[in-house]
Design a protein around this ligand. Structure first.
Ligand code: RIB
Ligand code: CA
Length: 314
């Protein structure tokens, strides 16, 4: 049995973050979660932190520490997405307020401590929200870069465009400056853009599979996705909503579900029209050194089967 991957998950729950976190918390043999770090994004930091704690409780994994992270992007004012996720960020979950408290210390400091205490390439960092915490950690302590074996992130889009502006996906739009720091740091990035997540829609049948689990976690996931679908149904029609963040955890558990290409990606930080755009050099026209494995294809049925099986373990 391969040793479990030592992992930090940075997140802004958000219903899709919740499914990703629950699938990760259900997989202790493959994923040794050293820390969950909250960041402001879908909803403000107090709520993303509370939501992380409620999900750790739902998964009955109270030993996994949750650290409170950045309350706002590095430069821009915070933009949130209650219009998608509801006022709590986890509308539909049916979860009570958590008993658990956040662990001591700021997420950026704890991220640096964990990384600096590890050997080169030993830690995987997964980001499911804006890159503020990781950008701050790299700016604070550049020596963390070689410690990160892989940074697997949900964000960006290219052939698929944006979902927050025509050019920018939400996580990149919220904090393009942090994203620029991360993408120019040399950290080995695996990028799950809208080009992949818009091929993984939670249709009625897939949603029913979670409900049919007959468990508290299954019912909570079904409730969250039913709420989360609402906004995107207007945009994508009866297909349901694209399930973005769980693609990151699915990559860790079953890389074969995805395919993509090593290319150069740069982040627009100054144009008011295209701020937050991930400029993906898919055809290699710039001659710039590739800095990310950009995924473009997904086995959507295999992806959902994996999620239902993992959530079913809780
Ligand atoms: O654009 C989708 C991303 O933004 C997802 O991570 C979702 O949770 C929001 O954070
Ligand atoms: Ca997210």
């Amino acid at each position: 049995m391969k040793a479990a991957r030592r992992l930090i998950i940075d997140t802004d729950p958000g219903q899709d973050d919740a499914v990703a976190l629950l699938a990760a918390l259900a997989s202790p043999e493959e994923l040794d979660i050293l820390a969950i770090t909250s960041v402001a994004g879908n909803v403000p930091l107090e709520l993303t932190t509370k939501n992380c704690l409620a999900l750790v409780e739902l998964a009955r994994r109270p030993e996994v520490p949750v650290y409170r992270g950045s309350i706002r992007p590095m430069v821009k004012k915070l933009v949130t997405a209650e219009y998608v996720h509801g006022p709590t960020g986890l509308d539909g979950s049916g979860l009570d307020d958590p008993e658990l408290q956040a662990a001591d210390g700021h997420a950026v400091d704890r991220m640096i401590d964990i990384l600096m205490g590890a050997g080169d390439g030993e830690i995987t960092v997964c980001t499911l929200g804006p890159l503020t915490n990781v950008g701050m950690a790299i700016a604070r302590e550049p020596r963390v870069v070689p410690k990160i074996g892989e940074l697997v992130m949900m964000g960006g889009g290219f052939f698929e465009g944006g979902n927050t502006t025509p050019a920018a996906e939400f996580n990149m739009f919220v904090d393009p400056h942090a994203a620029h720091i991360v993408f120019s740091s040399g950290v080995p990035i695996v990028m799950m853009p809208l080009d992949v997540t818009h091929k993984a829609f939670t249709d009625a049948d897939r949603l029913r599979q979670f409900a049919d689990l007959g468990t508290r976690a299954g019912a909570s996931v079904a409730g969250m996705l039913d709420f989360y679908d609402r906004y995107d149904m207007e945009k994508f029609g009866a297909q349901g909503a694209p399930l973005h963040d769980p693609t990151v955890i699915a990559y860790l558990l079953a890389q074969e579900l995805f395919s993509g290409k090593h290319v150069h990606v740069a982040i627009e930080t100054s144009s008011p029209l295209t701020e937050g755009m991930t400029v993906v050099d898919w055809w290699g026209v710039t001659g710039m050194e590739p800095n990310a494995l950009v995924m473009r294809e997904i086995d959507a049925d295999g992806f959902f089967d994996l999620l239902v099986e993992r959530i079913g373990r809780l």
